[in-house]
Structures are given as structure tokens and as C-alpha cells.
Design a protein around this ligand. Structure first.
Ligand SMILES: [Zn+2]
Length: 126
């Protein structure tokens, strides 16, 4: 289910990832997706990957603790999600795939406190 509100732990996310904003962030918790903006299908593919990773709200809580603490875990989960998103784009919006890849690489390098460059992110996603 997609909610237009924010999850209860959003303040924690904002503390950990200062560059996110409430109007643009997309958060998955268990099987629920929280986003104030309409989600393009490519982004749904990304978030659906996180619902599979989290399974339910109980495991999802543990997933979020690990996600906040461990950059390695965060990188592994986001790479899986960005690769699923890129695969969706390659299958459905092939003409836009370079633009999508540039934007995804920029986001991965910018918002997750992973200390990688957009170029490194691009090579990891594709
Ligand atoms: Zn993600």
C-alpha cells in the first residue's frame, strides 16, 4: 500500500541523512511505501525491492536499524533496489535509460552517506 504521509521514524532518517527532504523522500516500511509525490513506475520497482528485503514490519524494523547503522548493509540493499529500478527502465523506457542511470547514480552518491562518487555509483548500478 502507498501512503502520502511519512513513517513515524522519519525524524530519525532526517537526522542520519540531512540532505533528504520530507516532500521528496520515499520510504518503505514492511509492505508499505510512504511518499508525498506520485511515484513513477521505475521508482515503484525500486521500492518493491525494499518490501521484498523487509518482508514485514517486524523484520522491517530490524532492517531499518541495520540500514541506519551500517553503510555496507545500506549499500547492499540500495544496490539491489537501484539495479531492479534500472532493469525496469531498460525493459520499459529504454530510450530514457541513460538519463535514468545518471539520475539514479547522482541520488545514490548524494543521499545515502555512502562516500561514493556518481561515476562509481553508475558503474555499480549498471
Ligand atoms: Zn532504496
Amino acid at each position: 500500500m502507498i501512503h502520502t504521509t511519512l513513517p513515524f521514524f522519519y525524524p530519525l532518517l532526517k537526522l542520519r541523512f540531512p540532505s533528504i527532504s520530507a516532500d521528496h523522500v520515499i520510504v518503505t516500511y514492511g509492505q508499505d511505501i510512504y511518499s508525498r509525490q506520485n511515484l513513477p513506475k521505475a521508482l515503484v520497482a525500486h521500492e518493491l525491492t525494499h518490501t521484498l528485503q523487509q518482508k514485514n514490519k517486524l523484520y522491517g524494523l530490524w532492517w531499518w536499524v541495520k540500514y541506519l547503522i551500517s553503510a555496507d548493509f545500506r549499500m547492499s540493499q540500495e544496490l539491489e533496489a537501484y539495479r531492479a529500478q534500472y532493469q525496469w527502465v531498460c525493459n520499459n523506457e529504454k530510450h530514457n535509460k541513460h538519463l535514468w542511470l545518471d539520475n539514479m547514480a547522482y541520488d545514490l552518491a548524494r543521499f545515502y552517506e555512502l562516500e561514493i562518487t556518481p561515476t562509481e555509483a553508475k558503474n555499480l548500478i549498471k
